[in-house]
Design a protein around this ligand. Structure first.
Ligand code: C5P
Length: 393
């Protein structure tokens, strides 16, 4: 049976969403666009693979610890490993292959999205994420037979509208603010070096570069500059983000079903061991062999790795493990509320750090997000409080 979402679950959920939206996207993007140290940028499939290795190591350690507590102190270690082995390969462990394949596909797509959108357009990632709010609800109704009722659906629609409004793009302002606050050059589609080479065949003065960037438009770089950098493609970025959001919603609900409705009652760590095990296989064959096989053979598995790449991988692994805890203690719908609130928080942080303007749409959107969260979390009877009973003497 699913556990009720307590306030702790909300806090944890918020933490997950925040880390994911604020840090992960920036670090992932930076890792994809910063100039490579060697002659080639790292292969994203290897990052997805390593992410799974880290999650497997942590989940396996915790699953071993959990299982050891259920055994007598003198039980030999082989019995412990046998229990874990049975957990992964017998009973319904194989069913995790489905969310594993979906999540691996999503993780690979996420890299495609962040490398094709620059920070000026990151709002798009948030807007696209709103699609996940309603699709997750639909998947929850069909796969988990969850009943949302009018209150539930109304709050989800308000939430979707709220996040869309909060993240209405105001790209020029955003670009200016990011530039004025010294966000590294490489966050932008063209590094100073690349621009200098393309425009004049030589280095161009910083002021001119700054002015050209100031006129950056929603579609890409300004008209007076050559066409947008071939390594960035706005529509590819948006499509990847859209597909990734739907796939993640489906995978999350499927994972929740296996975690909460299975008769084997496997713990979240055991489920994570199973998930990572199958994800490793998917990431290896789908990513490292099929997607990047030729490149990896030529340049090596760890080509282009540096501290930023490792930071992106570690943040993703931490985000994934936290997501599983949120799904256990609350559910996927609550996770989306948390993500939405984190989007609002990330804009508040941007106002603070990058001097983003507080606009009317931002205030309206934020109010809607908070209203939706209130309506969703408040018990039905509070919304329809019975009229006071009149005592007739
Ligand atoms: O963006 P969203 O929150 O839907 O992404 C969920 C992320 O959490 C995915 O990247 C997925 O790989 C990860 N995850 C995980 N382990 C789980 C559930 C989700 O690593 N048990």
């Amino acid at each position: 049976a699913s556990k009720a979402a307590g306030p702790g679950a909300y806090r944890g959920a918020k933490g997950n969403g925040f880390a994911k939206n604020v840090y992960l996207i920036f670090v992932m993007h930076y890792s994809r666009v910063m100039p490579p140290e060697g002659d080639h940028r790292y292969f994203t499939s290897t990052a997805v693979f390593i992410n799974e290795v880290i999650k497997l190591a942590i989940s396996l350690t915790l699953a071993l610890y959990e299982t050891s507590k259920t055994l007598a102190p003198s039980t030999p270690a082989t019995v412990l490993f046998e229990q874990i082995y049975n957990g992964v390969f017998s009973s319904d462990g194989w069913m995790l292959a489905v969310p594993a394949a979906l999540y691996t596909f999503q993780n690979l797509l996420q890299y495609v999205a962040v490398e094709n959108l620059d920070p000026v357009h990151f709002q798009v990632l948030y807007q696209v994420k709103t699609e996940q709010i309603l699709t997750t609800a639909v998947f929850s109704v069909f796969l988990l037979r969850r009943q949302l009722g009018f209150k539930g659906w109304a709050s989800l629609v308000i939430l979707t509208i709220g996040v869309c409004i909060v993240s209405i793009p105001s790209s020029e302002k955003t670009a200016d603010s990011l530039l004025l606050h010294g966000v590294p050059d490489h966050f932008f589609p063209r590094s100073k070096h690349e621009l200098g080479q393309t425009v004049a065949g030589a280095d161009i003065p910083e002021a001119a570069l700054h002015l050209s960037r100031r006129s950056a438009t929603y579609e890409g770089i300004a008209k007076d500059l050559p066409p947008a950098d071939p390594i960035m493609n706005f529509s590819v970025g948006v499509s990847a983000a859209l597909i990734s959001a739907v796939v993640s919603g489906l995978a999350g609900v499927y994972f929740e079903k296996l975690l909460k409705e299975s008769s084997t009652n496997a713990s979240v760590w055991m489920r994570n061991v199973q998930l990572s095990f199958y994800s490793l296989i998917a990431a290896f064959f789908g990513g490292c062999v099929y997607q990047d096989g030729a490149g990896i053979q030529e340049h090596g598995f760890f080509e282009g790795y540096n501290s930023v790449v490792w930071a992106a991988i570690l943040l993703q692994a931490a985000g994934g493990l936290l997501a599983s805890l949120v799904i256990r203690d609350a559910d996927n719908i609550v996770k989306n509320f948390a993500t939405s609130i984190s989007i609002v928080i990330s804009f508040v942080v941007s106002v603070w750090i990058f001097d983003f303007a507080v606009t009317l749409p931002f205030l309206v959107g934020t109010s809607l997000v908070l209203l939706a969260t209130y309506i969703y979390s408040v018990p039905e009877r509070k919304l329809h409080r019975p009229s006071p009973v009149r005592i007739v003497s």
